[in-house]
Design a protein around this ligand. Structure first.
Ligand code: HEC
Ligand code: HEC
Ligand code: HEC
Ligand code: HEC
Ligand code: HEC
Length: 497
């Protein structure tokens, strides 16, 4: 007898009443659909997180329910007929199926084989489920409204290929279980619509940064300096370019190296801090362990209440790189970079000013913004610069598209995320960043503050200047800038590092 025949006979045998039949239909249907979905997913035909959620969460549950229904149906049948199992088996199955053999009757063997098959199917489904729930696609899109901001910014970041769980879930079984329980709780809250808008930051249960980030970036790698030029554009009709060039010191320090930003995570050093309300924005106390083992302590002299001081934290990557992946650019950065890339055309008069105005205007919803940006640009240019519109109409259309896209990426009204909601701690442009600690109020017992002179973290070779290396030019003697030019020439051109 072939497998199909055995299956048919078995199914006929256990489909004793409606409950039994539903059980059989349910299990069979689930397995068939699961196989179809799995195949489609493997070949990339399905990428929808909701479908994935159904396949991996609902299917195993339905499968088990189906399996349980079969014996329930049988028990009911037994009660109804009042006959013994033996009698019923003889009645429902062929005589040779219930004939006892060396390894039990054929029926018992069939049941054993089906049970093994069921266990295999369930295990495979569970493994696939865990794997799927670890995929960035699932984390980013299953709870669309809530996670969409993190998802879109992630996909534009340098870590777009790093799975969420690499950074957000620690190593080991404990961390896995904790994160899954947390995930279930979050899914439940999201379904009920109970969540904070915007999602609060910092994330306290983020797995230890040194464990995650150092998988791919190790501190010994941080040496030397990075020359960085940023382009910005004036608000005039030509959107005139200006340059800021920094030589950013990123060294971790050590023998023969001038320390830079990664000094804090250098092997010999350690910085601990307490902050107000554990938000890591207002620092209260900072302790620095130096290479020689001594500790220097600083206290914020503007802050004498210590009631809501956090527990001490050891400074790690995320205290600076809090926007390593979920990067929310500022409106001005978006516009400057788009001009630089030629996406916004400087042939359109005042494009810097108009583009920035369109991005920063107040719109109640995403739809209103998409329409508002288009209306605003088309109207302004048609009214004020009709010639430019005639000559550069394609550029104007492109400008509208570029700005609409940027607005969609960085602004999320449903999560109350607007420009500046999640400032970066790198630098000190928006929010205090490095100046949270490096400022005149953070003093040691002798009243000396943590250093914060402008050349400690970077040399400034140009600052909103017409040239990229403005401050390295031969100084014009007697002007106020001469001294600074001289200093930079000394430091930069004759630097030993
Ligand atoms: C390269 C590491 C990395 C990856 C990959 C990553 N994150 Fe994050 N995530 C972070 C860091 C760092 C923070 C900010 C933590 C802080 O400031 O305390 C963060 C914060 C968050 C927050 C809190 C809101 C915020 O922006 O501060 C959410 C929600 C989040 N991540 C979800 C995700 C999701 C979903 C994915 C995958 C699609 C993902 N993350 C991938 C590093 C990462
Ligand atoms: C799985 C490996 C991996 C992990 C884990 C990882 N990164 Fe990266 N990161 C990369 C790669 C690869 C790049 C380079 C991308 C490029 O050059 O375009 C990068 C780039 C960066 C950059 C430079 C970004 C830029 O604009 O040039 C920073 C800063 C950074 N990572 C910080 C972090 C931090 C902080 C963490 C921990 C929260 C982290 N990374 C975790 C792989 C990783
Ligand atoms: C005190 C703040 C601070 C801490 C702590 C810190 N960084 Fe950085 N990191 C910086 C700054 C500042 C830069 C330069 C910024 C830039 O070029 O955009 C930088 C640059 C980087 C880069 C790009 C390097 C390159 O070659 O261009 C990577 C990667 C990086 N950091 C990873 C890490 C990792 C991983 C950790 C934790 C082990 C860490 N950082 C800790 C401030 C910090
Ligand atoms: C949580 C507080 C804190 C933050 C935030 C912080 N620092 Fe520091 N930083 C310190 C302390 C404390 C020292 C050591 C001061 C001492 O030795 O007395 C230090 C030392 C340094 C040094 C080494 C100075 C030297 O010559 O020995 C550099 C460079 C530096 N920080 C750059 C940065 C940059 C860049 C940022 C922002 C990206 C930053 N720091 C953010 C606390 C902080
Ligand atoms: C504790 C370290 C630190 C100190 C002190 C410091 N800066 Fe910075 N600054 C940074 C870092 C880090 C960045 C970001 C570099 C990057 O984007 O890679 C930055 C960025 C800048 C920029 C470019 C900002 C932009 O438009 O993007 C300017 C200009 C600047 N700093 C000027 C100054 C001046 C002027 C001083 C003295 C008052 C100063 N900085 C002191 C760390 C420091």
């Amino acid at each position: 007898m072939n497998f199909w025949q055995i299956y048919k006979n078995f199914v006929r045998g256990v489909s004793v009443n409606r409950v039994g039949k539903i059980g059989v239909i349910l299990t069979t249907a689930v397995v068939v659909t699961f196989v179809i979905f799995e195949t489609a997913q493997t070949f990339g035909l399905i990428r929808n997180a909701y479908l994935g959620l159904i396949t991996y969460l609902a299917f195993p549950v339905l499968f088990i329910v189906g399996l349980i229904l079969i014996p329930i149906g049988w028990a009911k049948y037994k009660k109804q007929t009042g006959k013994s199992t033996h009698e019923l088996l003889n009645q429902r199955f062929d005589a040779d199926a219930v004939q006892p053999g060396l390894l039990g009757s054929p029926l018992v063997r069939t049941i054993v084989v089906f049970t093994i098959l069921n266990v295999i199917i369930l295990t495979a489904a569970s493994v696939r489920m865990l794997h799927f729930m670890d995929s960035a696609h699932f984390c980013g899109t299953a709870c669309h409204t809530v996670m969409n901001p993190e998802w879109v910014t992630y996909r534009k970041s340098p870590h777009a290929r790093v799975p969420c769980v690499e950074c957000h879930v620690g190593e080991g079984v404990n961390a896995l279980i904790k994160s899954k329980l947390n995930g279930v709780r979050q899914m439940y809250l999201a379904a009920l619509g109970i969540y904070n808008t915007p999602i609060p930051t910092p994330v306290h249960q983020l797995r230890p940064a040194r464990e995650t980030c150092e998988h791919c970036h190790w501190p010994e790698k941080f040496y030397g300096q990075r020359l960085k030029t940023t382009f910005s554009y004036a608000m005039d009709s030509l959107s005139t370019p200006r340059y800021t060039t920094l030589n950013v010191k990123i060294d971790a320090g050590g023998p023969g190296h001038q320390p830079g930003a990664h000094w804090h995570i250098g092997e010999a050093n350690q910085v601990t801090y307490t902050s107000e309300d554990d938000k890591r924005l207002t620092m209260i106390e900072v302790h620095a362990r130096q290479a020689d083992g001594s500790i220097r302590s600083y206290r914020n002299r503007r802050y004498d209440r210590s009631a809501n001081a956090s527990k001490p934290s050891v400074m790690d990557c995320i205290d600076c790189h809090n926007r390593a992946t979920h990067i929310y650019k500022e409106a001005e950065t978006v516009v400057d970079e788009s001009i630089r890339l030629g996406l916004l055309d400087r042939n359109l008069p005042f494009i810097k000013k108009e583009a920035l105005g369109a991005l920063l205007a107040n719109y109640p919803t995403q739809e209103a913004a998409q329409k508002g940006i288009a209306d605003r640009l088309y109207n302004t240019y048609k009214r004020r610069f009709p010639d430019a519109v005639l000559k550069h109409s394609a550029a104007l259309t492109q400008a509208v598209t570029v700005l609409q896209e940027a607005y969609g990426t960085y602004i999320h009204p449903q999560m109350k995320i607007t420009w500046g909601t999640y400032p970066s701690h790198i630098g000190h442009r928006r929010g205090l960043g490095c100046f949270r600690c490096h400022n005149a109020d953070m003093i040691d017992p002798n009243g000396a503050s943590i250093r914060h002179d402008c050349t400690m973290c970077h040399s400034i070779l140009a600052m909103d200047s017409p040239g990229r290396f403005e401050f390295l030019s031969e100084p014009e003697q007697g002007t106020p800038a001469a001294q600074m030019h001289q200093y930079l020439r000394e430091e930069f051109l004759k630097s030993k590092y």
